[in-house]
Design a binder for this molecule. Structure first.
Ligand SMILES: [Zn+2]
Length: 275
């Protein structure tokens, strides 16, 4: 049971820290979208071609001291994680630099529930759908940054593909646009849908994974609309299924899956609070 101690400790802290969040309304549905019109082509609409928008390579370098060395970071994570480094995985955790803060102008503003000082910039190696590797980036809460590096190490070792992993600011902070591009992202200071309070993403403690292959489903509503062919949960690359190795990798590090909800069912959503 790799990572159990660590996961339990993380979960315990987060439960205390996150009381009062409103459950079950992520991501915010777009009122302008028509629900659930099936498209004939099961292929994802997202374009895997790299976008010219500055990505991790152009972002401020993470503090080298924060780079997680295998011996230090993976000592209690077992063979799968160690394999990740042997296979070329790398994960870094760095602060939100002034340059990065400027880039985050659409995802963070004064009044957000978590100050920039409590957020971290994380980069991880991930597989692509083309079989290659790439470096993705996420902003998450400091409390969960190491666990994100651990989870994606496991996903790398598993060969699980990620379409795109860029800050939601590259999409103007627009969750619908990020989802439509099949972009994996975490932090976004936004409210829950049709209610008061913040989304778990506003705390940096929720992450949306391959949202086209893993859409948000509430009745006939499927978001993003590009995810309609995946609402039936075909066994296809990137599709997360109940109890599979992806769900188990997240769970081993304290992350719970929105695919286990009853309604809505949020197949892309993982959080450390279960909300
Ligand atoms: Zn989410």
């Amino acid at each position: 049971m790799r990572g159990v101690r660590r996961a339990a400790a993380v979960a315990g802290v987060l439960v205390l820290a996150l009381a009062g969040c409103t459950p079950g309304a992520d991501p915010a549905p777009s009122p302008g979208r028509s629900p659930g019109l099936a498209t004939p082509d099961p292929a994802p609409a997202a374009d895997p071609t790299p976008d010219p928008t500055p990505g991790p390579a152009a972002a401020p370098a993470a503090d080298p001291a924060a780079v997680l060395a295998p011996d230090a970071a993976w000592a209690d994570h077992g063979a799968v994680a160690a394999d990740a480094y042997a296979l070329g995985y790398a994960g870094t955790v760095g602060p939100i630099t002034p340059e990065l803060a400027a880039r985050m102008s659409s995802s963070w503003r004064a009044g957000c529930p978590v100050p920039l000082a409590d957020l971290r910039y994380v980069t991880v190696t991930h597989r692509g759908f083309d079989g290659g590797t790439a470096t993705g980036e996420l902003v998450v809460h400091a409390d969960v940054a190491d666990s994100v590096v651990a989870v994606f190490g496991e996903l790398f070792a598993l060969g699980y593909p990620v379409r795109s992993m860029r800050l939601v600011d590259d999409f103007g902070g627009d969750d619908d646009a990020s989802m439509a591009a099949d972009n994996t992202s975490a932090f976004n200071c936004r409210p829950i849908s049709r209610g008061t309070g913040w989304s778990e993403h506003a705390y940096g403690r929720a992450l949306d994974l391959n949202p086209v292959e893993n859409p948000y489903v509430r009745g006939s509503l499927v978001l993003p609309p590009e995810g309609v062919p995946y609402a039936s949960r075909p066994d296809a690359p990137g599709v997360v299924l109940a109890g599979d190795a992806v769900v188990r990798a997240f769970a081993a590090h304290g992350w719970r899956w929105g695919g286990d909800w009853s309604s809505p069912v949020d197949y892309q959503h993982f959080s450390t609070t279960g909300r």
